[in-house]
Design a protein around this ligand. Structure first.
Ligand code: AMP
Length: 293
């Protein structure tokens, strides 16, 4: 049965009133934080969290604190009207779309920082990015107080950092991970894919292809880890990427680097993670990989 249109709220006060009311009725509330320009990846998170909760809040907030000075904050795609249509298609209960001043009023002075797992990978080229993410997600979770929050596997380092943060800060919200969604051609779905020209998109498709190739070479023992990664990076550069910022393998639970040896005998569930620039667009992707020693 078709439900009524998504309720739109722009202030933390109204959000608290609504979520408190749901909690008083004994309903479980889930939150999916996003920056909008919604796509299949976001909608899949909404459908997934609906299996665990009674009411779903989606936030749309393009967070200035997680963009560097030379990044795409100003031109990041914003499409609230289309987003609302998509939210209605998947029966979202509430859209929380605050103004920047609602999140960062004058005089705002606090930063939330997670150590260690915010070093390396995306942090190398995006200094301050994870502080921006952890600060805004702390605020969104405190404003909403959901029982569950769902983040996408697409941003694997981000999910790991946010899970750690919620645990360390005793947040009353369970942080869960939703699976990575790809476009039909295999490219990880992203709001930034709209920046790609057809020619750039062809190059971008080498990301998932290279990840698969490196996984095969390592899992089947064809090449040692370092050599397979080096070959993968070289292949991507040969295909026309402007830069391969990283192509690395990390432990799935704690993001410890996995290079040559590890004192374990059973296979380790790891992740191969990549960030690369094609044209002026930075893309990320990751896949699971089994490491045997
Ligand atoms: P964003 O709007 O890009 O900040 O993303 C909001 C949430 O959607 C984050 O938890 C992302 O990890 C998640 N997300 C973005 N793209 C995908 C995707 N292709 N598959 C699954 N989740 C995604």
């Amino acid at each position: 049965m078709k439900k009524s249109s998504v309720q739109i709220i722009r202030t933390k006060k109204e959000l608290r009133v609504q979520v408190t009311d749901w909690h008083m009725q004994g309903l479980k509330v889930g939150m999916v934080p996003t920056m909008g320009a919604l796509h299949h990846g976001h909608l899949s998170l909404i459908r997934e969290i609906q299996k665990h909760v009674d009411k779903v809040v989606v936030s749309i907030f393009v967070n200035p604190k997680q963009f560097g000075p030379n990044e795409d904050f100003d031109k990041y795609p914003r499409s609230e009207t289309t987003d609302i249509k998509k939210l209605n298609e998947v029966n979202t209960d509430l859209l929380y779309a605050p103004e920047v001043s609602e999140i960062y009023p004058d005089g705002f002075l606090t930063t939330v920082t997670v150590a260690k797992i915010t070093e390396g990978l995306c942090a190398d080229k995006r200094p301050g990015h994870f502080d921006g993410v952890t600060t805004v997600v702390t605020k969104l979770l405190l404003q909403c107080l959901p029982d569950v929050a769902l983040f996408g596997e697409k941003d694997f380092q981000q999910y790991t950092v946010l899970k750690q943060m919620a645990k360390d800060l005793d947040m009353p919200t369970e942080v869960m991970c939703g699976k990575l969604i790809r476009d039909e051609d295999g490219l990880a779905t992203s709001s930034r894919n709209v920046y790609l020209t057809p020619e750039e998109r062809k190059i971008a498709l080498e990301i998932p292809k290279t990840l698969k190739q490196v996984i095969t070479e390592i899992e089947e023992g064809i090449l040692p880890i370092e050599e397979a990664l080096e070959k993968g990076k070289q292949h991507m550069m040969d295909c026309g990427f402007k830069e391969v910022q990283y192509l690395e393998i990390r432990h799935s639970d704690n993001l410890e680097p996995l290079t040559q040896t590890f004192p374990e005998t059973s296979p380790i569930l790891a992740r191969i993670l990549v960030a690369a620039v094609v044209g002026r667009t930075r893309l990320i992707d990751n896949m699971p990989i089994k490491i045997f020693f």
